[in-house]
Design a protein around this ligand. Structure first.
Ligand SMILES: Nc1ncnc2c1ncn2[C@@H]1O[C@H](COP(=O)(O)OP(=O)(O)O)[C@@H](O)[C@H]1O
Ligand SMILES: [Mg+2]
Length: 225
């Protein structure tokens, strides 16, 4: 299997609600996939199952051929920290830490010494248009800058896959656009795959593929052509 990440027949229910009704999806190396669909259609549930945040009721998730849905929480948590990066809508940076330490955090959690982690973190500020912002706290950054710091934090561990759930939902349209483009480009430049939930049809143009979700099922596009 040359897919980096694959979900097979994924099913997830919340009480009577079928959030995922048997979804097959596969993502190749360095491929960017946009996930679109109406509110409540199951996009976040799909992302959480693929990322090992949530266990599906049925079906399987494979990362580089290794089955991850059956792992215990401890193992999945270590996997999320080392192989995955995450960008959420907002409020994900720790307000009391300078930007560079927010970016360095996943490295420090993985055992890299603070000085070394911060040195590595700083290397991301130039490429992401954040030069000069290294020691600012999140409250001293604009919404777009804060999301770029979050992108740096998602990439700093060199993950296999970056997951982003409506990462620009809290930004104005033009800033959201620029941020999304940077997310797609920076992820691709680092050889990571990207799975991004978005309402912006333009994002599909920068991604390699768009997957449409309706009522817990994929309309099309789940597997690479
Ligand atoms: N933790 C939960 N408890 C109960 N129902 C949930 C939970 N998470 C999601 N759902 C339901 O599952 C369906 C899919 O939700 P979600 O994946 O969040 O959709 P989307 O991200 O596309 O808006 C919705 O009907 C939602 O109400
Ligand atoms: Mg959602």
């Amino acid at each position: 299997m040359n897919d980096v990440l694959a979900g097979l027949a994924l099913t997830k229910r919340f009480g009577q609600t079928v959030a995922l009704g048997g979804v097959d999806i596969a993502v190749r190396a360095a491929e960017a996939v946009a996930i679109m669909g109406p509110s409540g259609s199951g996009k976040s549930t799909l992302l959480h199952c693929l990322a090992g945040i949530m266990k599906p009721d049925d079906g399987e998730v494979h990362l580089l051929g290794q089955r991850i849905d059956a792992m215990g929480e401890r193992e999945r948590s270590a996997l999320r920290r080392t192989r995955f990066g995450f960008v959420f809508q907002f409020g994900q940076l720790l307000p009391e830490l300078p930007a560079e330490e927010n970016v360095a955090l996943p490295l420090m959690l993985g055992g890299v010494a603070r000085a070394q982690a911060v040195r590595q973190a700083r290397e991301w500020f130039g490429p992401l248009g954040l030069q000069g912002m290294e020691t600012r706290r999140p409250g001293e950054l604009s919404g777009g800058q804060a999301q770029r710091v979050a992108i740096a934090r998602a990439l700093v561990t060199k993950p296999a896959v970056v997951f982003a759930d409506e990462p620009t939902g809290a930004l104005d349209q033009s800033t959201g656009h620029d941020t999304m483009r940077l997310l797609v480009e920076a992820t691709r430049a680092n050889g990571a795959s990207l799975i991004v939930v978005t309402h912006d049809p333009n994002v599909a143009a920068w991604c390699d593929r768009t997957v449409e979700v309706r009522d817990g099922k994929l309309l099309a596009g789940g597997v690479p052509a």
